[in-house]
Design a protein around this ligand. Structure first.
Ligand code: PXP
Length: 380
């Protein structure tokens, strides 16, 4: 079960990143099914807890309250103002300092106590070091979701049944991807309604449905219930999605669509260009995520333009994360241009389709030909 996070600190914090850290800590410790509450508070909040429960005066950085209840690990209270001061003093980032405090509080909840000194102190420090190493190793890894639309494009070229995007999705999952993405377009040029229904039944990771914010699509999504919907703009004549959703101009209708999808229990991501006003507008709609359109970066025609677009994505990902939005990225990403973006810690998920399907068709060619050769030559 995911950790519960409450931000009472009065500061803008990258909650999705802390959520990811806390969930990963629980997983690393083998405690996936326990309840953990994390509360970010301010100086006066932690000061009053410190004096009320421990008879100590002045603010501290973290306090843990273990719970003596089955299925509940306890509460970790972190003072983010104190963490920010300590980050400045130690020349580290706020996020890194909060991670250390989260681990410290977590190890206390696991029953260790450095204040007892000697062997206890040594054990606690060792446990903290272990968890920090494991977390950093995992935290630099974003999720990869594969878009299988173009498997359906090949099928639709003959109007038959092969290749089947549902079977492709199974192979994508076997290879270790974190999710499957499909775009059900109004003109049904590749993915069909049947594909989405079957995918909902067989996908074991998570299913993202990309769609336009129309009544028809909201109705389909509400019935099929993908794990998340990504709202994209759609034009009939375009070859692929061109440009992000203009949330600034369409704020009221996007907000309405987000509300209707939430009513059906579906979280929502908005596919937007890396522009500050689009990100602030997205945050106002109540969507949980944005997916940054990486097309301008991917299509850059010289290194200066690529650098400029890269910097813009990094900056916008930081702003979105600080607003509490999960940040995904996608469009035009390939084997050359994805590595740099994968190192941007605010981006927690990539959605990649065309380059992976294109590569699969080449790296699979030799085997496919050998198999046909075996049939032709065996019968000769
Ligand atoms: N994200 C969104 C919102 C898209 O519309 C697409 C294209 O279907 C992608 C990601 C994947 O882009 P590409 O196929 O270029 O990897």
């Amino acid at each position: 079960m995911p950790a519960e996070i409450l931000n009472q600190s009065g500061m803008n914090l990258a909650i999705p990143c802390y959520q990811r850290m806390a969930d990963r800590l629980l997983r690393i410790a083998g405690l996936k099914d326990v309840q953990l509450n994390i509360i970010f508070t301010d100086l006066s909040g932690i000061e009053s807890l410190n004096s009320r429960w421990f008879d100590r005066f002045g603010p501290t950085n973290v306090i843990s309250f273990p719970m003596d209840e089955p299925g509940v690990l306890g509460d970790i209270i972190i003072c983010t103002q104190k963490a920010a001061q300590e980050a400045d003093d130690g020349i580290t980032t706020l996020r890194n300092r909060v991670m250390e405090l989260l681990i410290h509080g977590f190890v206390h909840l696991l029953g260790e106590d450095h204040e007892l000194g000697g062997e206890h102190e040594r054990r606690m420090t060792e446990k903290e070091r272990e968890l920090k190493t494991a977390l950093i190793r995992e935290d630099i890894m974003a999720d990869l979701c594969i878009n299988v639309d173009h498997i359906a494009t090949i099928r639709q070229a003959r109007g038959g049944t092969e290749p089947d995007p549902v079977l492709a999705a199974g192979l994508v999952e076997l290879a270790g991807a974190d999710g499957i993405v499909v775009h059900l377009r109004e003109d049904r040029r590749h993915i069909q309604d049947r594909d989405v229904k079957l995918l909902r039944q067989v996908v074991k990771t998570r299913l993202t449905l990309e769609m336009a914010a129309t009544d028809e699509m909201i109705g389909i999504a509400s019935e099929i219930k993908p794990d998340i919907v990504t709202l994209v703009p759609e034009k009939r004549q375009e070859l692929t999605t061109e440009g992000g959703l203009d949330v600034v101009s369409l704020e009221a209708s996007v907000k309405d669509a987000v509300g209707r999808l939430h009513h059906a229990g579906i979280p929502v991501s908005l596919f937007v260009d890396p522009e500050e006003d689009q990100i602030f507008a997205s945050s106002r709609t109540g969507a949980e995520c944005i997916e940054i359109h990486t097309g301008r970066y991917a299509d850059a025609v010289n290194p200066e333009e690529e650098e400029r677009e890269f910097d813009q994505i990094v900056k916008m990902a930081g702003i979105a994360s600080d607003l509490g939005l999960r940040v995904h990225a996608g469009h035009g990403l390939n084997y050359q241009n994805t590595g740099r973006l994968a190192a941007v810690s605010d981006i927690v998920e990539f959605s990649i389709g065309h380059s992976v399907v294109a590569r699969a068709s080449l790296v699979g060619m030799e085997r496919a030909v050998r198999e046909m050769l075996a049939i032709v030559k065996a019968s000769g």
